[in-house]
Design a protein around this ligand. Sequence first.
Ligand code: FES
Length: 104
Amino acid sequence: MPTVYYQDEEIECEEGDVLRDVLKKAGLSVYNGKAEQLNCRGSGSCGTCAVQVDGEVSEPARKEKARLWLPPHHPSHDVRLACQTRVEGDVEVTKGDGIWGQHI
Ligand code: FES
């Protein structure tokens, strides 16, 4: 059973669970500021759930890659959209500053 490490918490989940859902279920948020209310609810379009991940996760699909090409994100920023990322093993998650979490 994979463990997600985020904000000094350790959350166990099932392999294949969506990262955003895992954190939400644990009462944790991947959003900064007003993005908590103004997000796309996991459709992969707003980009505000971006986080840095270190561990075993799914490869980004086309939709996620496309969103991460749009500002303020850029593929070189090395972030993932939590709503499009599936947990495949233990993973450490870090949220950057800024409304999109773009400042890692
Ligand atoms: S919640 Fe909008 S892209 Fe993830």
